[in-house]
Design a protein around this ligand. Structure first.
Ligand code: HPA
Length: 248
């Protein structure tokens, strides 16, 4: 395995199963004390730096959000010694300026998930850690991504609260209305526990959210169409490598 330092790891969500533009690729199969990650970590050169890419749901999208082994994924990237992790997540938009095809860098999270293994200290004998999570995303990494997006000419909404739901079903109108009252601007199924695991293990982490649809009851649609989700997601996903290419 190449020992060159991996500056950034990208965890790709729905619609992002490989990183276009990765060269000199090396696939690394890793094992962790928490089990196997979602697949091989694909390492390669990307615009002058070494990147790692991991498909969160597996390269054939076979893992539902609640079945992803978030601990193994984060641990595997930590083992590789990556400098920072960027989680790319498909989301539904709740706030008026978070419509389909918008890219956003949330700065807060509310966790509505349940039954997920959400801590590295959830094993016999592990030391209990109460990590600070006041600011769930790493400020310097968010800033680097915002500046990269600006250099790339890709509009990105700065800030917002990501509500993490259990899935795999989409939400009801009442659930989204409650989430709006709670202060959520975006809704997705994979933002947690990934973010807190990165914090526990000491990895800088930020979430780049891609809006695939208006969340339930937010747009004019009576129901959410999957075809529409995938069309919007494909358009938003195409912008992601442009931003990553401009990272320092
Ligand atoms: N809700 C939850 N997760 C999602 C959505 C949604 O509306 N769209 C894409 N991921």
């Amino acid at each position: 395995m190449s020992t060159s330092h991996i500056a950034y790891a990208v965890i790709g969500g729905t619609g992002l199963y490989q990183l276009q533009g990765l060269e000199n690729i090396e696939r690394v199969a890793l094992d962790t004390p928490y089990g196997k990650p979602s697949g091989d970590v694909v390492c390669g050169d990307f615009h002058g730096r070494r990147f790692a890419f991991l498909a969160r749901h597996g390269e054939s999208h076979s893992l539902a959000p609640h079945r992803v082994n978030y601990r193994a994924n984060v641990h595997a990237l930590h083992q590789l010694g990556v400098g920072a992790v960027i989680g790319v997540n498909a989301v539904g938009g709740i706030r008026e300026d978070m419509g389909p095809r918008v890219l956003a860098l949330p700065d807060q999270i509310i966790d509505y998930t349940y039954g997920r293994l959400n801590s590295f200290c959830d094993v016999e004998g592990a030391e209990v850690q109460h990590v600070d999570f006041t600011e769930p995303y790493t400020a310097s990494l968010r800033k680097a991504l915002l500046q990269a997006a600006e250099r790339a000419g890709v509009p990105v909404v700065d800030g917002g609260c990501y509500g993490a739901t259990q899935g795999p079903r989409l939400e009801t109108r009442a659930e989204i209305a409650r989430m709006r009252r709670d202060g959520c601007d975006l809704v997705g199924m994979t933002g947690m526990p990934e973010a807190v695991l990165a914090r526990e293990i000491g990895l800088p982490y930020a979430c780049l959210s891609l809006v695939a649809n208006w969340a339930a009851g937010c747009g004019d649609a009576v129901e959410i169409s999957l075809d529409e989700i995938f069309a919007h997601l494909a358009a938003a996903t195409a912008e992601v490598p442009k931003i990553l290419a401009e990272l320092p």
